[in-house]
Design a protein around this ligand. Structure first.
Ligand SMILES: [Zn+2]
Length: 413
């Protein structure tokens, strides 16, 4: 399954429909109806499906289907052909982030069906996560109307099996600088969009330094303060021409509880009050626009039954979700891991950050993952139904990851 999923080049700039239709056909083959939630252009789609009884209190297993580009990265094997190397790892774009999780979910559909679940398991796969979770919004909206309220969502992002119970807010913005072309020997006649974009980047750097001073220790996120990044710079036509246009694709992340609009607000103020007037002093036709590209709300840590389920693992500083779950539910299976760490550069040059252990292909991750979820679903979740915290638990956010690498090859995990 993973090999098949990796073979679809679902880099975010491409359509994911081939992969989504493959998943839909696969689910159809198992008698599971799924629903597609397409984007406006009909070029991409989310998918969701439910297995088990039609009632509240289920668990959503959520993953994204797109991957980051491989352009310019030093791959030593075909990133779209899952390859097992001598180290026992499987290499391919998206193996960890996060087709491995999607494959695991799909591989165990039959087991879900046989499990006689008391509450449903929902599958929810989105598009365009890597460029701002663009698909997740419409997926979530449709889920709210289409399926009974679940008790928890497990997002299988690679965090080394760490329990991530909070997430920063994120904003993506495109800044477009419009200058006036002129020959590079006649700088007094034009306005270089690139030079003013450079001023803006410098300002962002200074803002970053300022915001880093406000590091928080009351919340378990890394690095504990707002971050800013300019990811793409494009502009200019020749070395001897003042650039007419320059665009910056940049973004920021703010901690849960912090004002998620502060960076954008300050950027708009800086542009309107300082940078644009400075640019227009050189030429009145110069311009700067800031366009919001994406926004993700923060996920706040919550005190509820799901949080209490995860806490033992976090407290031991060995944040293994499975161990935590097993601790609470004796019949839950042994933990299962893949390689890949959100905090260790998963988007770095290809292979090192895109490998997953062989066992995924064997389906053992699938078995463990879904048994875990199924057990929690059939056993633990129903137990919570009489819990006084149940209503609060309905809004719970569970861990962000289900995969982590375990040390020794061949060890029964
Ligand atoms: Zn991801």
């Amino acid at each position: 399954m993973l090999k098949r999923l990796v073979a679809f080049d679902t880099t975010s700039r491409n359509s994911n429909l081939e992969l989504i239709h493959y998943i839909q056909d696969y689910l159809d083959g198992h008698g599971v109806k799924s629903t597609l939630v397409p984007n406006e252009q009909g070029t991409k789609a989310n998918l969701f499906a439910s297995i088990g009884p039609d009632r509240e209190g289920g668990i959503v297993l959520s993953g994204h289907t797109d991957v980051v580009p491989v352009d310019g990265q030093p791959w030593t094997s075909d990133p779209w052909d899952l390859t097992e190397k001598d180290d026992g790892n499987l290499y391919g774009r998206g193996t960890c982030d996060m087709k491995g999780f999607v494959a695991a979910c799909l591989s165990h559909v039959t087991a879900f069906q046989r499990a006689r679940l008391r509450v449903p398991m929902h599958l929810a796969f989105s598009y365009d996560e890597e460029i701002g979770c663009l698909g997740a919004h419409s997926l979530a909206e449709r889920l709210v109307g289409a399926v009974p309220r679940p008790q928890a969502v497990i997002v299988g992002e690679p965090t080394m099996m760490g329990v991530v119970n909070a997430q920063n807010a994120g904003g993506g913005i495109v800044a477009t600088f419009t200058g006036i072309e002129a020959h590079s020997s006649m700088t007094h006649l034009g306005v270089s969009a690139i030079h003013f974009a450079g001023d803006f980047i410098h300002w962002l750097n200074e803002l970053q330094v300022e915001l880093a001073q406000r590091k928080r220790t009351d919340i378990d996120t890394v690095p504990g303060h707002t971050t800013i990044n300019v990811g793409i710079v494009t502009g200019g036509t020749a070395g001897n021409i003042l650039a007419r246009e320059c665009t910056l694709n940049w973004g920021y992340r703010t901690l849960p509880g912090d004002d998620p609009w502060e960076v954008q607000r300050r950027a708009e103020k800086y542009v309107a009050e300082l940078l644009l007037p400075k640019m227009r002093a050189k030429h009145p036709d110069a311009n700067i626009t800031l366009r919001r590209r994406s926004f993700l709300p923060a996920l706040n840590p919550e005190e509820n039954v799901e949080a209490s389920l995860a806490r033992p693992a976090m407290d031991r500083r060995q944040p293994h979700l499975c161990r935590a779950l097993r601790h609470r539910g004796r019949h839950l299976p042994r933990p299962w891991h893949s390689d890949g760490d959100l905090r260790a550069g998963r988007h770095r040059a290809g292979p090192s950050a895109q490998r997953v252990r062989r066992q995924i292909a064997d389906g053992r991750l699938a078995a463990t993952l879904s048994s875990l979820s199924g057990a929690a679903c059939a056993g633990r979740a129903t137990a919570y139904q009489h819990d006084a915290d149940r209503r609060q638990a309905q809004t719970a956010f569970l861990p962000k990851s289900l995969v982590r690498r375990k040390g020794r090859t061949g060890e029964r995990q």
